[in-house]
Design a protein around this ligand. Structure first.
Ligand SMILES: [Fe+2]
Length: 358
């Protein structure tokens, strides 16, 4: 009996040590193991030059005022990307975790290899608001009837925790960031914010149309406005969409792009073997396939793992930046399945289907 107790105690002790080690690794090691994902894709668009385009996609940097690891990430990222030639820099939101992270975000953007055809961004929920796990309890406490503060705060906290385990959307909004300061700073840095708007970039035989939609949770998305200046399909312009939250792509009006880029899910951050991601931000993205390439209508869509974190943990899900080389398709140009001069009509409405594993 005594031997059994000893074995049980040893197993529990070993389990506790392993759990503590995994937590320490997730908190302080994997978050710094940044990966540059190098990929190539073929796109059929006459506006794509014969020698292709190199796109750097970054998302969800989540720079915070006191985030020392995030500061270290700047140097790691710059080392990894030193000397790269980039045509387009695309940033899909959550540049900051809170207002205090703005200088770090700007520093990274300023020191990156500068893109030949410019830098473009859309906004994410964290660009608008900083969140706190105690936020819902604080709000409930503030709004409670006198004497009911503790009960209401506890109920709200329990409800939020059940949302975590159900993989449901979380609403933790507490403080609003100064979005106008962020927008002005990005403009000064030379980053064009596509905030329900678009821009057409031409240079020699290059013709690229980029559109961006505002964030689903904290912004005011207006897809019609984002598509208002869409060039006709027969212009041959390469059509690129920027969004933050993948749930945007459930709207068929966005299925007529050649390429789309997004983030928000952070790859799930903590990936458990067999189970997959602990949490996917309540989006339609499946737990076991939280990043990589997806197909929405005719739009090849890349959803990145992001460079930063909301909850400061990563396990089995390294932070990343993505370098994508796109080249003209070697296949004959296919006529669109649905004749249209406006991307609001999807060329097929099959919804989200994996294109290839990320
Ligand atoms: Fe994020």
């Amino acid at each position: 009996m005594r031997a059994l107790t000893k074995i049980t105690a040893s197993l529990l002790g070993a389990g506790a040590v392993a759990a503590a080690g995994a937590l320490a690794y997730a908190r302080w090691v994997e978050r710094l193991r940044i990966e540059v994902r190098r990929m190539s894709a073929e796109v059929d668009a006459p506006g794509l030059p014969a020698d292709g385009l190199r796109i750097l996609h970054m998302s969800d940097m989540h720079f915070a005022g006191k985030g020392q690891i995030e500061r270290w990430k700047i140097e790691h990222t710059l080392n990894l990307l030193a000397g790269e030639e980039i045509d387009l820099l695309l940033v899909t939101g959550d540049l900051i975790h809170d207002d205090g992270g703005l200088p770090a975000a700007l520093e990274l953007l300023a020191r990156l290899p500068q893109p030949r055809l410019g830098a473009y961004a859309c906004l994410g929920n964290h660009d608008y608001a900083s969140y706190s796990w105690l936020g819902p309890a604080r709000v409930a406490w503030r709004e409670a009837e006198p004497g009911q503060e503790l009960r209401d705060a506890s109920v709200r906290t329990f409800e939020m925790m059940t949302r975590v385990f159900r993989n449901d959307k979380l609403y933790l909004g507490q403080e609003h960031n100064d979005i106008s300061v962020l927008k002005r700073a990005l403009a000064k840095q030379g980053v064009t914010v596509l905030d329900n708007s678009s821009v057409r970039v031409t240079d020699g035989d290059t013709d690229v149309w980029l559109a961006g939609v505002d964030d689903l949770m904290e912004g005011t998305p207006d897809i019609d406005a984002a598509l208002a200046d869409a060039p006709p399909y027969d212009s041959g312009a390469l059509r690129i969409l920027l969004f933050h939250n993948p749930d945007h792509m459930l709207d068929e009006r966005l299925h007529g792009f050649d390429l789309a880029f997004g983030g928000h899910v952070h790859g799930g951050q903590v990936l458990i073997p067999l189970l997959g991601a602990l949490h996917t931000q309540g989006t339609h993205i499946p737990r076991r396939r939280t990043h990589g390439w997806f197909m929405y209508g005719r739009t090849q869509t890349y959803i990145g793992r992001g460079l930063g974190e909301g909850v400061r943990l990563r396990f089995n899900c390294r932070p990343e930046v993505a370098l994508l080389e796109i080249t003209p398709s070697t296949l004959d140009r296919q006529p669109l399945a649905v004749a249209t001069s406006h991307p609001r009509v999807a060329t097929n409405g099959t919804g989200a289907q994996p294109a290839r594993a990320g």
